[in-house]
Design a protein around this ligand. Structure first.
Ligand code: ZN
Length: 74
């Protein structure tokens, strides 16, 4: 199994199901390249969150995540 075939939720450690390099369950993958105006200039962070951890984190937001109906699926 190739390394990129395995994804884990960084918050709870749950394995995100993948098959042939394709996600079999939805998750949030965030890549952030920190820029000059941060203390992390030149650093790139990538992490994943499973759906339940996403719900947990966004539920703690002071301002709720704006939700809109998606009419076109890509
Ligand atoms: Zn999780």
């Amino acid at each position: 199994m190739k390394k990129e075939d395995t994804l884990f939720c960084n918050k709870c450690g749950k394995r995100i199901l993948m098959e042939n390099g394709l996600l079999k369950e939805d998750c949030v993958k965030i890549t952030k390249s920190w820029g000059y105006f941060s203390d992390k200039d030149g650093r790139r962070d990538t992490f994943c969150l499973c759906e339940s951890c996403y719900d947990e984190i966004t539920a703690a937001f002071v301002l709720p995540v704006p939700q809109e109906e998606q009419t076109e699926y890509v």
